[in-house]
Design a protein around this ligand. Structure first.
Ligand SMILES: CC(C)(COP(=O)(O)OP(=O)(O)OC[C@H]1O[C@@H](n2cnc3c(N)ncnc32)[C@H](O)[C@@H]1OP(=O)(O)O)[C@@H](O)C(=O)NCCC(=O)NCCS
Length: 229
């Protein structure tokens, strides 16, 4: 019980930290749909893992009705998850969310419809997913990553990166801008024809060396070794 209260206290404190508009913990507890959705999900998930799947789904749909946030009972949520505003958030059955994540309204952690088994993404710790972003597929979004509002993420996002756009591209790594075009070396491109000619030259030199050996008489064991090689 004590541990549960501490966890709830941590959750409410996370809202105070993340939402400048949040005032007292009591207000957050009573009025924030994200808090209610996470608390209902704890019950739904418990029922789900104890194989009360219909009841689990019932609780999840009840929660969706009151909060506008749909979390499948099978989803695994970390500690201190803040779902700000919340309306329209969908979290799929095999999604996993790490600790200290922040998710805004309209976010989908969903599947593409192409995968079986694990179909939904895994968010690391301290991940931000901006409003309306869609993260689709069974890949990982690394710790401290930021998904921009409105992005559609279809591939893994490494830790400490910012992904932006449709389909999402990495535009920041540890806060530094990335310009992938600058990394392409367009001046010292290797010439495959010259490489092939050089390889043939080496082969001819090797064969000439061997022919010279055949023409010499053998006097010592070392010379014989050279001959058979
Ligand atoms: C992506 C975000 C988290 C900022 O992350 P960041 O690492 O600080 O990135 P920056 O602000 O430096 O922006 C990086 C680049 O992405 C662009 N960008 C930022 N957000 C973007 C978005 N949602 N869509 C498209 N491009 C975006 C910036 O213009 C910048 O472009 P540049 O490289 O040409 O300068 C933030 O812009 C965002 O989308 N937050 C979500 C907030 C939200 O959902 N609020 C809802 C409140 S109700």
């Amino acid at each position: 019980m004590n541990q549960r209260m501490t966890r709830l206290g941590g959750l409410l404190a996370a809202y105070q930290r993340r939402d400048p508009a949040a005032r007292s913990k009591l207000e957050i507890f009573l009025l924030y749909p994200g808090v209610h959705a996470v608390l209902w999900h704890r019950l739904a998930h418990w029922l789900f893992v104890h194989r009360w799947k219909f009841l689990a789904r019932l609780v999840s749909q009840w929660s969706r009705f009151w909060t506008g946030i749909e979390i499948h009972p099978g989803a695994v949520l970390g500690h201190r998850l803040v779902i700000d505003h919340g309306m329209g958030v969908v979290i799929g059955e095999t999604a996993e969310v790490g600790d200290d994540c922040l998710i805004y309204q309209g976010v989908t952690l969903g599947g593409t419809g192409k995968d079986k088994g694990k179909r939904h993404p895994t968010l690391g710790n301290n991940v931000l997913v901006g409003c309306g972003a869609k993260v689709l597929g069974p890949f990982r979004v690394g710790d401290n990553a930021r998904i921009a509002a409105g992005a559609v993420v279809l591939r893994e996002v490494p830790p400490n990166c910012t992904a932006v756009g449709v389909p999402a591209q990495i535009v920041r790594v540890k806060g530094e801008a990335v310009y992938f075009a600058d990394d392409v070396d367009q001046t010292s491109v290797s010439n495959p024809t010259l490489e092939r000619i050089a390889a043939l030259g080496e082969r001819i030199a090797d064969l000439e060396k061997k022919l010279n050996l055949y023409e010499k008489p053998i006097h010592t064991v070392e010379e014989y070794d050279d001959y058979v090689i």
